[in-house]
Design a protein around this ligand. Structure first.
Ligand SMILES: *Cc1c(COP(=O)(O)O)cnc(C)c1O
Length: 390
């Protein structure tokens, strides 16, 4: 036990110690939430709650077994059909969570002879999945496709290759030039897996299925992964792509084979959420209005150097990092904002590299203009005062 206690002390001393803290749930919470990923406010939407409640009453609270035993219901199959249509792919498979699903997919598809190329800021679940698969891997610098190309060039010509990337990066709010990434993949015969966890429900004019749709590469990307846990307001995940790969996963992905299927209520909420984002563009309209409003206020009010420099042609997104490098500055500003009622989290190593500590502002359709104005003015004061007091 002593060794564990010591390990915790080390974390505390380096200000990397973390705790779980409760915060009031639901619409009556006192917080203005700028940290959750409920980008469309769907987690509180009555029609999702109704769908979930009804499914629980009708089918019960548990799926009773794994998918290959007793856990495959008509509802799950209907959701998979809907997902494939939404994503424009041959097939789709529901997985139990984004984290667990990515590990399942990568372990299920990769073997020791394969080569994987991944963005160094990829989500932990993609990193862990690649590592556990035993495949050979190379990391490229964040969004640096020239670096990716150099690494591909150096890999064995005949090896099976996968490029694996987030679409919208969860801590930076930026995204790769996917058409160019697909050009490179095609030139080197590599498959592409794109994780749309933060982009599904948010990007895409016609169906809001993600950045692959928005950037016109849905048919060029091999596998699109996503979660129901962010803009879709629920829980669980999916992978969409060619029939042969989905069938392969059903037979090889241990995280799929050896885990109980998601409960009926969760499946029903996900079905309702996908239907709503697909049919109703107004959900997204309010989000984008808030995104542009918040960005323009931040650009006007904050001293230079705190906001990211966007890549050429890149769009501003609903995740806005405000850089406050140094071990405790982001933490202190965050604590101050929390005392004023704004829930904004400090993001620290190991989630982001040392020296890139930041606040992460998450914009949602449920925020009001007044709340956004309040946040920006509180943030401005906090930055000016805390930075001077340093
Ligand atoms: C959040 C996230 C996940 C994990 O999804 P969960 O459903 O929360 O487990 C996976 N990949 C990316 C890119 C994410 O942002």
């Amino acid at each position: 036990m002593d060794a564990y206690a010591k390990q915790l002390d080390v974390l505390k001393k380096s200000l990397q110690y973390r705790e779980v803290k409760p915060f009031a749930e639901g619409p009556n919470s006192n917080w203005v939430d700028f940290s959750g990923n409920d980008f469309l406010g769907l987690s509180q939407h009555p029609s999702l709650a109704d769908a979930a409640g009804q499914a629980a009453k009708e089918f019960g609270t548990g799926a009773t077994g794994s998918r290959l035993i007793s856990g495959t219901s008509e509802s799950i199959l209907a959701l998979e059909k809907l997902l494939a249509d939404w994503k424009g792919t041959e097939a789709a498979l529901v997985l139990n969570s984004g984290y667990q699903g990515n590990i399942a997919i990568l372990q299920g598809l990769l073997s020791a002879d394969d080569w994987v190329f991944w963005d160094r800021l990829n989500h932990a679940s993609l990193v862990d999945g690649v590592r556990l698969s035993g495949a050979k891997w190379k990391r490229y610098r964040h969004l640096d496709l020239a670096h990716l190309q150099t690494l591909l060039k150096a890999a064995p010509f005949n090896a099976r290759k996968w490029i694996v990337t987030d679409s919208l990066f969860s801590m930076d709010g930026d995204y790769p030039d996917l058409p160019k990434l697909c050009d490179i993949a095609e030139a080197y015969g590599a498959f592409v897996l794109v994780d749309e966890a933060h982009a599904g429900g948010v990007f895409g004019k016609e169906k809001r299925s993600g950045l692959c749709e928005a950037l016109g590469v849905s048919s060029r990307v091999t596998l699109q992964v996503g979660t129901f846990s962010k803009a879709l307001g629920g829980f669980g995940a999916y992978v969409a792509g060619p029939d042969v790969l989905i069938k392969t996963l059903i037979n090889t992905a241990r995280g799929f084979i050896y885990s109980t299927a998601l409960p009926p209520s969760v499946i029903a909420a996900a079905h309702q959420a996908v239907t709503m984002v697909w049919e109703d563009s107004s959900l997204c309209g309010k989000l984008w209005e808030n995104v542009h409003f918040c960005w323009s206020l931040l650009e006007r009010e904050l001293p230079p150097g705190y906001l990211p420099k966007l890549q050429k042609k890149a769009q501003k997104t609903q995740i806005i990092p405000v850089y406050l490098p140094g071990s405790d500055l982001a933490l202190r500003v965050s604590e101050r904002l929390m005392r004023q009622g704004y829930m904004v989290r400090a993001i620290r190593p190991p989630t982001v590299p040392k020296g890139q500590e930041r606040l992460r502002i998450a914009i949602s359709a449920k925020q009001t203009r007044t709340q956004i104005e309040g946040l920006v003015s509180a943030l401005k004061c906090a930055i000016v005062e805390t930075a001077v007091a340093r």
